[in-house]
Design a protein around this ligand. Structure first.
Ligand code: CTP
Length: 424
């Protein structure tokens, strides 16, 4: 028989949360905590306790399977709110509005998130209150997976997680360790204090770049040879797009000048200008930079273009052997560096294969940058066409910070944090 947990709806006096509530970014935030059917559900109790202690208001939404692992009484006592699981109360027919809940939330956290719930969220299978709430939620969503290592590694789960990422949801990666099955591997839900720290960081950083205008160049440029051929490079644009998302996440208004890439922008505060050639990128950048607080030059701009562009397709039979004469393109970074005001910050990149530091320092000075992000093609997992990067930041005061290999989004956050300290 379906458990009548609405019987617990009496407002439990929350004596323990009268403890000193520290001033922090979670204070007053409305958090929906979605709990699903995993043994890690017991950890949700610790998450609630930590969130409430930090001054957040927590509304638990639990799946039917979740209730097999932790009782609604425990959850409602800790959260001081009735736990929601069904669309309406069996007792008195009260309708639980997932739409209202979705609008109430400042963030939704699904922890633990089973493979099944992740699959439903990724594919819009709204057969329970948790998934309908997720679909109605306009606030940022955090997902902390918990499952066995093989389930986590399965392409189906990974594809679903990628899908959630593409919706802008944040995945709190599971940790490695002993699992409920006694197997050891990746799949264990991240520890409650780490999960709460992710949310705290998120809210703390959200206003760091508020009212700041940031211009970012990203991707390759294509330099036309004829209507069907061009000179280009391997840049995917992923680093620049990750930077745009990270800046927007921290409250900035971003103008993203993108070369030809097959990437999508997620955050609504990113205005995208698509360009093809270095000249078009230069024109767009020079037009918007005077109004900006900062510029991040992440594009792999072609240094040269064909001196002449054929208006019709060049034919092999008529041309035979051919020589392309190339002329230099404008250096966008140097042009912006030359017009940069004292209150503007300019950030460049240097992708090098040898004498990395010397080359990066040379570009930092030549282009009048505030700091330069160096990546070396000698580092595995760094550079073009991968999802990770390994960087060293060198600033104009001579300070150098080397970072470990991270996802491009993680690297973007490090760069944006550095930028935020200067812009402040
Ligand atoms: N850059 C730019 N416009 C160009 C060339 C480079 O804005 N025409 C920017 C890049 O976006 C990057 C920095 O300058 O932030 C360094 O780019 P890189 O290609 O490494 O430097 P170059 O000056 O082109 O030097 P080289 O290719 O000889 O290493």
């Amino acid at each position: 028989m379906e458990q009548e947990f609405h019987a617990y709806e009496t407002k439990v006096p929350c004596l323990w949360n009268i403890e000193l509530i520290m001033e922090n970014s979670l204070k007053g935030k409305h958090i929906i905590l979605g709990i699903t059917g995993s043994i890690a559900a017991y950890k949700a109790a610790y998450i609630i306790r930590a969130l409430v202690k930090k001054g957040a208001e927590v509304q638990v939404v639990i799946t039917p399977a979740g209730k097999e692992f932790i009782t609604p009484l425990t959850l409602s006592t800790l959260s001081c709110h009735p736990v929601i699981s069904e669309f309406f109360s069996n007792r008195d027919g009260t309708w639980n509005s997932h739409v209202d809940l979705g609008l109430w939330a400042d963030a939704m956290l699904v922890a633990p998130a089973t493979a099944s719930t992740i699959g439903k969220m990724a594919n819009g299978i709204a057969d329970n209150m948790l998934v309908t709430t997720y679909l109605s939620c306009k606030a940022p969503v955090f997902v902390a997976p918990a499952m066995d290592l093989d389930m986590f590694a399965h392409p189906s789960t990974q594809q679903n997680l990628d899908r959630l990422r593409s919706f802008g949801n944040r995945i709190i990666e599971p940790a490695e360790g002993e699992l409920a099955s006694h197997l050891v591997g990746k799949g264990r839900m991240e520890e409650p204090d780490r999960i709460v720290a992710v949310l705290e960081d998120f809210f703390a950083s959200r206003t760091r770049l508020e009212k700041k205008k940031i211009v970012i160049t990203a991707g390759p440029t294509y330099e036309k040879i004829d209507p069907v051929r061009f000179i280009g490079n391997y840049s995917s644009g992923k680093m620049g797009f990750a930077l745009a998302e990270a800046c927007a996440e921290q409250g900035a208004e971003v103008t993203l000048i993108a070369g030809p890439v097959s990437l999508k922008v997620v955050h609504p505060n990113i205005r995208r200008i698509d360009v093809e050639s270095a000249e078009e990128m230069y024109q767009a950048a020079i037009a918007v930079f005077p109004e900006a607080d900062a510029g991040i030059l992440c594009a792999a701009v072609a240094d040269y273009r064909p001196e002449e562009q054929a208006s019709e397709k060049i034919k092999r039979e008529t041309k035979g052997e051919m020589t392309l004469r190339l002329v230099p393109n404008k250096d966008i970074a140097a042009a912006l560096g030359a017009i940069k005001r004292d209150n503007q910050v300019l950030v460049g990149f240097a992708l090098e294969t040898n004498d990395e530091t010397a080359h990066a320092e040379g570009k930092l000075k030549r282009k009048n940058l505030d700091f330069i992000v160096l990546n070396s093609l000698r580092d595995a997992g760094a550079g073009f066409r991968c999802d990770t990067n390994k960087i060293t930041i060198i600033d104009k005061e001579g300070g150098t910070t080397a970072y470990p290999l991270k996802s491009k989004l993680g690297v973007a956050v490090d760069i944006v944090n550095k930028l935020a300290t200067i812009l402040k």
